[in-house]
Design a protein around this ligand. Structure first.
Ligand code: F6P
Length: 324
């Protein structure tokens, strides 16, 4: 393989730049020409492709976001869009791809590979940590620490005013950020999409706290919780305990997607970027590079997309025990 391209797609995640850097510098080291594609599949369709060198990735290991920019492409979902993308890759003589992203990115890569045979290896970049085939995804550790910093701050004011706070963290389908930041932040309760916590149980847990003279409480809610988002949950609770407690809601939102990546994310991203590149060079295709038990592994896209990555329910039990 003489010429490859790298791109980032889907929601950005801190550490994507460290991953791009590892792909580019790895390619230069191995004597392979490397191109960057801007704005994910949209840029592939539009031919927004440029040659990269070791110098193009100087001074980015510490930066959040992605220098290649990212997008969720609707056009790539169509056969016509994918054909345009293929024609652009042909035009630039690109023989293989490293795709940094999440489930949507890998679904696109899998279909594209089947249709046009361009080998692709993925590196898992999403703050959600919801990908089967790796213990951790790029950006997750930083996002947890960002959420934790906010939880600590909110606890100060919650305690001063004897309030209950519902703090919403990201995770459309996944409670990983909620559980980790909730445990580290000493939350009274963590609500996640994978396990239903009925409103009655939320009230019960909070009431037990009041009975033990707790004056303030923190409930961390993953945005995809079945009972609704944090505002909706707080409204339901207010209706039932009206006047008894002072409730506030904070949604952390996209703050969790930005910021300088943690050391752990930079190292993970570097390993996965180089792992994806070297996998591609060794003939791997349609697989995602991941780290499981500290070992580099490759998992078929089909499995990363299809198989759920279960949360550790024992951690939720621990939240309850530790918050008495
Ligand atoms: O998949 C990562 C993620 O941050 C989710 O947690 C969140 O639901 C979604 O992306 C938000 O996407 P967007 O930035 O397109 O609103």
């Amino acid at each position: 393989m003489k010429r490859i391209a790298v791109f980032t797609s889907g929601g950005d995640a801190p550490g994507m730049n460290a991953c791009i850097r590892a792909v580019v510098r790895g390619a230069v080291y191995h004597g392979i020409e490397v191109f960057g594609i801007r704005k994910g599949y949209n840029g592939m369709i539009e031919g927004d492709v440029f040659q990269m060198s070791s110098h193009s990735v100087s001074n980015i290991v510490q930066r959040g976001g992605t220098i290649l920019k990212s997008a969720r492409s609707k056009e790539f979902l169509t056969p016509e869009g994918r054909k345009k993308a293929y024609d652009q890759l042909q035009k630039h003589g690109i023989e293989g791809l490293v795709a940094i992203g999440g489930n949507g990115t890998f679904t696109g890569a899998m279909v594209f590979q089947r249709e046009f045979g361009i080998p692709t290896v993925g590196a898992p970049g999403t703050i959600d940590n919801d990908l089967y085939g790796t213990d951790y995804t790029i950006g997750y550790d930083t996002a947890v620490n960002t959420a934790l910093d906010a939880i600590d701050r909110i606890r100060d004011t919650a305690s001063s005013h004897d309030r209950i706070f519902f703090i919403e963290v990201m995770g459309r389908d996944s409670g990983y950020i909620a559980i980790q930041s909730g445990i580290a932040g000493g939350a009274e309760l963590v609500m996640v999409p994978e396990v239903l916590t009925p409103i009655s149980e939320v009230i019960n847990t909070l009431q037990q706290g009041w009975n033990r003279s707790k004056s303030s409480s923190i409930v961390v809610v993953a945005e995809g919780d079945e009972e609704g988002n944090a505002s909706q949950i707080a409204e339901k609770i207010k209706k039932q305990v009206d006047g008894q407690v002072d409730i506030r809601v904070t949604t952390l939102g996209h703050t969790q997607r930005g910021g300088s990546p943690s050391a752990q994310d930079r190292i993970l991203a570097s390993r996965l970027g180089l792992g994806a590149l070297e996998g591609l060079m060794a003939g791997q295709s349609n697989v995602m590079a991941g780290i499981i038990n500290n070992e580099l592994v490759y998992t078929p896209f089909e499995d990363t997309i299809r198989l759920p990555k279960p949360i550790n329910e024992d951690l939720l039990r621990m939240v309850k025990i530790l918050s008495i």
